[in-house]
Design a binder for this molecule. Structure first.
Ligand code: ADP
Length: 168
């Protein structure tokens, strides 16, 4: 049984992530999307909100589960019996960062194999942070967000009064 984990911040989940989840679930028997809490980024959505958003967007994908952890990814992998760690590559900046993480994970646990997916050209310019920046400045990014995530994002920006006036 090939079990993979796809760890990330997913703040919020984008169609770029969904594309990877679909490709990963076709390759592996089981795929656990792991919302990681130990990130230096300050998230817009809580862990529970992100878990719910991903559950909704992956409903019907029978071999996909959504989990969360604050610890080391390799420890979580051992706990759930995963040997493969999935990550996406959009550009050379991603590559350099991801190579270091993959090498460190291999050092921590030699059995962990990181599998990289090249971003689909239609999504390779997408990151959660870029989408948030554009939304804050009043741009319509709904085409890149699954389900009701765009509405949730608009709502959260309003609540936090993060949206800039569009005419400045
Ligand atoms: P992290 O903070 O761990 O980088 P992200 O949610 O930003 O979390 O990304 C999780 C994973 O998804 C990373 O491997 C990232 O490279 C990949 N990813 C993000 N956006 C895209 C995209 N548009 N296409 C392909 N992979 C992507």
């Amino acid at each position: 049984m090939k079990i993979a984990i796809f760890p990330g911040t997913f703040d919020p989940l984008t169609l770029g992530h969904i594309d990877l989840i679909k490709r990963g679930r076709a390759l592996f028997d089981q795929l656990a999307v792991a919302v990681m809490t130990n990130t230096s980024k300050t998230p817009l959505f809580t862990i529970q909100e992100r878990v719910e958003q991903i559950r909704e967007a992956t409903a019907g994908m029978d071999n996909v589960s959504v989990i969360t952890t604050s610890g080391l990814t390799v420890k979580l992998m051992n706990k759930i019996g995963a040997d493969y760690l999935m990550r996406g590559l959009r550009n050379t900046t991603d590559f350099q960062y991801e190579r270091d993480i993959a090498t460190m994970n291999k050092f921590l646990d030699h059995d962990v194999e990181t599998v990289f997916f090249l971003a689909d050209p239609q999504y390779q310019h997408l990151s959660s942070s870029l989408l948030k920046e554009v939304a804050i400045s009043g741009g319509d990014i709904s085409a890149y967000l699954p389900g009701k995530i765009n509405e949730a994002l608009e709502q959260r920006l309003k609540e936090r009064q993060l949206k800039r006036a569009t005419d400045d």
